[in-house]
Design a protein around this ligand. Structure first.
Ligand code: SDX
Length: 392
């Protein structure tokens, strides 16, 4: 009977699984991937290493990392027919919707990717999507910008290759900017996993029906799109720009955020788990200062963001609700400095989260988790007989 069911909307206090991948402590602002602190990984590791760590559980040695890199490069071809699907979208299409569709469409061109019945088959599907997703990301952005779509350059590292695919201009030399590549690598590491957040739970529950990896990832991309989740990094920049156009009047937006009748939220603030600072926000804020400094960019938007943070930390509405800047608050300022269009910000989040989604999906399948099927408390009508149309 429904009295046996404990209701927990939003699963605020429900553990959906056991996992050995990511540990976070919301009170202490701790985040670790497979036991390694995020601060160390962000400083000392590179994104491909972190992807391997999350998925397979250990930091790779030289040979393992080399093989992983080569296996990914061997799969970097995306079927040219996929461009026909991309062509079907209007330029105004949001890149997250395009990417979710393309990721699902990839199955049609990689039918064996649904087979994960052996470690080898699972590994092949994993390196395929790690190789092809960045190409789809670059194609999606360049399509909107009316630029030719091309493949990467196998002589480059994983993140530099992504950056080149996104930014290489026709008949112009591509010159690597180490500051930008290092910052992008760090941002991707900081977004790589975050235990059972909305989009990861989505990837898990879709995969729990034994839908394929690519279909599960496509669902995760859709969940991440929402402005309460990954879509917040785009919403933050739009909010900061609105404040800037409004003469930098942060007080007006703080009041809107506190007004119960106003649906406006201070985007980039608050978190379900972090009730103290978000360790990623701290690192990204510092990186924003460094990157803009190194690039010689004075962005008034960064000052507005810092002003908002300062006000919120002194405002008892926010302090009482333990609302602090989260991972999405400063990240867009760096993406903007890199020349990434604002509607591509959440795509950058998805690019970073890809290895985390894969790791969580793989763990769920290896542990043979049951199909996800929550219960409910029924509050609808009691039993009643059908009424024919003539009597309604
Ligand atoms: C991510 O889960 C993850 O780990 C996610 C993520 C990841 O790495 O995967 O960390 C990435 O999604 C970060 C969050 C990005 N979202 C935003 O920045 C959007 C703004 N934030 C909020 O919508 C909200 O804080 C959430 C969605 C992040 C958390 O929502 P909760 O835990 O359900 O909290 P809530 O909505 O119940 O809010 C609690 C109270 C409410 O006030 P009361 O009804 O108690 O009076 O705090 C208020 C809310 O109104 N509140 C805010 C607010 N966030 C919460 N008020 C103003 N501005 C905000 N940003």
């Amino acid at each position: 009977s429904s009295s046996m069911i404990t209701l927990d909307p939003g699963y605020k206090n429900t553990g959906s699984c056991e996992s050995a991948i990511t540990f976070l402590d919301g009170e202490k602002g701790i985040l670790r991937y497979r036991g390694y602190p995020i601060e160390e990984l962000a400083e000392k590791a590179d994104f491909l290493e972190v992807a391997y760590l999350l998925i397979f559980g250990e930091l790779p040695n030289k040979e393992q990392l080399e093989k992983f890199d080569q296996d990914i490069k061997a799969e970097s071809h995306v079927d040219e027919e996929m461009k026909k699907i991309l062509d079907g979208f209007p330029k105004s299409a949001h890149p997250m919707g395009v990417l979710s569709s393309l990721t699902s469409a990839l199955v049609a061109f990689n039918p064996t990717s649904v087979d994960v019945s052996s470690e080898e088959a699972m590994y092949r599907s994993i390196v395929r999507i790690l190789a092809k997703f960045p190409v789809l990301v670059a194609w999606t952005m360049r399509k909107k910008m009316g630029l030719p779509l091309d493949y990467g350059d196998d002589s480059l590292g994983y993140v530099e290759n992504i950056h080149k695919m996104m930014f290489k201009r026709p008949n112009k030399e591509y010159t690597k900017n180490k500051v930008v590549i290092d910052a992008l690598d760090k941002l991707l590491i900081l977004h790589a996993d975050h235990e059972q957040n909305c989009s990861t739970s989505t990837v898990r529950i879709v995969g729990s029906s034994h839908a394929g990896l690519f279909a599960s990832l496509s669902a995760g991309i859709s969940a991440l799109w929402g402005p309460l989740h990954g879509g917040a990094n785009q919403a933050v920049l739009e909010m900061l720009q609105a404040i800037q156009e409004d003469g930098g009047d942060t007080k007006k937006y703080m009041a809107k955020a506190k007004d119960k009748n106003d649906p406006f939220r201070l985007m980039g603030f608050g978190h379900r788990v972090y009730k103290n600072f978000d360790p990623r926000a701290r690192i990204i804020k510092k990186a924003a200062d460094e990157v803009l400094g190194d690039l010689g960019i004075e962005d008034p938007i960064l000052e507005i963001a810092k002003g908002l943070e300062k006000e919120a930390l002194e405002d008892d509405y926010f302090v009482k609700r333990k609302l602090y800047p989260n991972v999405d608050f400063y990240s867009g300022i760096i993406y903007r400095a890199m020349g990434i269009p604002v509607d591509m910000f959440t795509v950058m989040f998805a690019l970073g989260r890809l290895p985390g989604w894969i790791a969580q999906w793989r763990e769920m399948r290896l542990r043979k988790e049951p199909i996800g099927r929550p219960r409910q408390v029924y509050i609808g009508e009691n039993l009643r007989p059908f009424v024919p149309l003539s009597k309604r």
